[in-house]
Design a binder for this molecule. Sequence first.
Ligand code: ZN
Length: 501
Amino acid sequence: MEAKLQELKNRLMEVDDLNNAVALLSWDQTTYMPPGGATARGRQMATLQRIGHEKFTDAAIGKLLDDLRPYEESLPYDSDDASLIRVTRRAYEKLIRLPSDFVAEMSNHAALSYQVWTEARPANDFNKVLSHLERTLDMSRKMADYFPGYSHIADPLIDFSDDGMKAESVREVFGQLRQQLVPLVRAITAQEPADSSCLSLHYPENQQLDFGLEVIKQYGYDFNRGRQDKTHHPFMTKFSLGDVRITTRVNEHDLGDALFSTLHEAGHGMYEQGINMAYEGTPLAGGTSAGVHESQSRLWENIVGRSRGFWEYYYPRLQSIFPEQLGKVSLDKFYRAINKVQRSLIRVDADEVTYNLHVMIRFDLELELLEGKLEIRDLPEAWDERYETDLGIHAPDNRDGVLQDVHWYGGLIGGAFQGYTLGNILSGLYYAQALKAHPEIPSEIGQGKFDTLHTWMRDNIYTHGSKFTADELTEKVTGGPLRIEPYIDYLKTKYGELYSL
Ligand code: ZN
């Protein structure tokens, strides 16, 4: 058995090496690569992905997984070896359904589509991406159809990022959340909006970047195993547990843009950096689901990074960096500015209260696209209609409308958006649990100390990597299933105080 397990690990390590080479090529594409490299880069990534997929779905791996079943069953469920075999088998059974040529074709298409989007968005030209997006929809539907027996065509795609969730279960949770959020948004937006003009003064890029780096260093993001670069749409990526990178983008007339995306991506990065190093090179060495991943980015971005205590500590420091811009702005005014609730156009810049409404729009639209009820050419109009009905606003152009998010243009329609809202819900749930164990956390945050919170998250969530599914992890950490109440309580308490509701 030991020899077989070792052989499985060796094979998985090879696949992991190939996947990480793809990740590195993709990171380069979105940070430093000149546009002229796009065609060849798409082909290079497709080649590596094809080889990686062929190696992972090799019949020899299936045979090893079969042979190792008695060994797996002799071990406790949560042992490292049993978990490695179980999680590998789950991935194997999924990926073996996809032909390697299809994987390569998707990868190649994704790289080209992304490149076209980077040009189409600044040019405000939806037509430029239209045919690419139509192909993406075809391929997404085709991908789902490799998993017959689903009850909704989005289910297999959701399953890839949020294992265990289905279109129906997501709709159910979103429905509950919407019921709570809509009256809250209405009550807040009935009031005089907060004055956030202090955030749109001129803030030079280097100072903005330095401040963000200073904060995440204090959070515990490890620069010995990470770095930050600039990109179009911020993300986190990993080439090994020793190299977990983040990206950001800077707007010199929006202080929040770079800072909060840095805090957000650092949350993703700390999750990956906190995984048990013994899992390196195996399918256990990654966050367990999009939702759990997002719970960590949103925790460090919002629950911590937009809290009153955090800014009691950091605001004097920020004022000393930007004395002309912020010297005369009180902490109270600044705190209200960074937590301004408004019906706005851009998801990634949205406040915590309206954010999930943006996600729900995208989720519903992608279901309609996959169901064949909505055509790509009608998407911009459908987008505008939903923003009108759900948020009462209309984007002046497609750049800040349907072209704003990279996801659909990055090669797949379906499965990408629900994780954001699940993550918000989980951030509230996990944070409440951390507070039960350590009620001193908020006062520590007020002193710029994040060790207790970081350590709790690492020991309870990060270290496990993908050993447990999202549902198993939530059960283990909180003693029950996913529920929205702690997150709703968090929002109502914070915004109730801010807006005297
Ligand atoms: Zn994120």
